[in-house]
Write a protein that binds this ligand. Structure first.
Ligand code: KG4
Ligand code: ZN
Length: 336
């Protein structure tokens, strides 16, 4: 896609991010300011603190993205911003910034669905997927399977009935005293443990649906900790490894089954939890066995960033889509 540089802004949760892409796919800069230090003392994201930190850092983050790309505001072809889903106070900071810049510099503006952004991370690699494909989006707020038959078309084929996968990682890490964010902590500790040490149940929907559920595993871990606690270092590692293995088993099984049922030959794995090495390896192995091509962005593009938002937004701008300056944040914006 021949296209001038596009600036993208992401502030849906607890990362303030800005990126500049050329031709919709070439990353000229990608700046991510993490708020982990703000929320770690509370063991989870505190919405009011998140929006306050976004306000403090958004201007320097955008300035740095432009400087690193060597692009001036007047030289942009457009601006993309995450419109939803996410925390409303957080989303508003990015949307206000994007609208102000678009108005001041008379630039085209487009709103992007955060989940579509996660899927577009797969297009920022040397091996982008072709349509149709099945995308497993696993993050702190979402766990969903989308059938993507053609560009910008999404059909929801399965989702979590309770917690998101990342939420389960974060809660179990808290139970094990491993800190926030929980996903990377579990992965680190699980490396020292035995994934077969404890048999945690993998929810199998009795109605055969392609939905996911994580509350059962979370409760089992909680009961295990209460029954056997206080746990030593070795036991914590075994619980972390067994929990991670159970989550991977469920995600892999449901995703591959859905792909075979739909007759789709390509898989995309994305979202913060897709940074997990066990999940990447588990899905790669199972996909290979069934002749499915798996596309997984590198970990830094799986977790929240603005490059993925810019990629999705650039494609919408190229298709002629424009958001009015009255565009607003939509905390429960749906993709399908
Ligand atoms: O996509 P993301 O950065 O933000 C949301 O849109 O939610 O995902 C964040 C989630 C958190 O729950 C975090 O614990 C999880 O992704 N995560 C991981 C790993 N890295 C991040 N979960 C498992 N293993 C990881 N290596
Ligand atoms: Zn995300």
């Amino acid at each position: 896609m021949a296209m001038g540089p596009v600036l993208g802004i992401e502030s849906s949760c607890d990362e303030t991010a800005a990126a500049v892409l050329a031709d919709g796919r070439r990353v000229l800069s990608s700046v991510v300011a993490s708020q982990d230090d703000v929320h770690a003392p509370y063991g989870g994201v505190v919405p009011e603190l998140a929006s306050r930190r976004h306000i403090e850092v958004i201007t320097p983050v955008v300035e740095r993205a432009l400087a690193e790309a060597g692009v001036a505001l007047g030289g942009l072809a457009g601006i993309a911003v995450t419109q939803g889903p996410g925390l409303v106070g957080s989303l508003l900071v990015g949307c206000s910034m994007a609208k102000a810049l678009a108005w001041a510099h008379a630039l085209p503006l487009v709103g992007v669905n955060h989940l579509e952004g996660h899927i577009y991370a797969a297009f920022l690699t040397d091996d982008p997927p072709d349509w149709p494909f099945l995308a497993l989006v696993v993050s702190g707020g979402h766990t969903a399977l989308y059938h993507v038959p053609a560009p910008r078309q999404y059909r929801l084929v399965g989702q979590t009935r309770d917690d998101a996968a990342g939420e389960a990682f974060d809660k179990v890490a808290k139970l094990l005293g491993l800190g926030f964010p929980g996903g990377p902590a579990i992965q680190r500790v699980a490396g020292q443990g035995d994934p077969r040490a404890i048999e945690f149940p993998v929810a199998n929907m009795t109605d055969g649906a392609r939905d996911f559920s994580f509350s059962g595993i979370k409760t089992s871990v909680s009961l295990h900790v209460r029954r056997h606690g206080p746990l030593g270092e070795r036991q914590v590692a075994d619980v972390a490894a067994s929990f991670q293995a159970a989550v991977v088993r469920m995600l892999v099984r449901k995703t591959v089954r859905a792909a075979l049922h739909l007759g789709v030959k390509r898989l995309v794995l994305t979202g913060g939890v897709a940074a997990n090495a066990a999940l990447r390896a588990g899905l790669a192995a199972e996909a290979g066995e069934h002749g499915l091509r798996l596309h997984v962005p590198p970990p830094r593009l799986c977790t929240d960033n603005a490059a993925m938002i810019t990629a999705a937004g650039a494609e919408r701008l190229a298709a002629g889509e424009r958001a009015p300056l009255t565009m607003n944040a939509v905390p429960d914006l749906a993709l399908a």
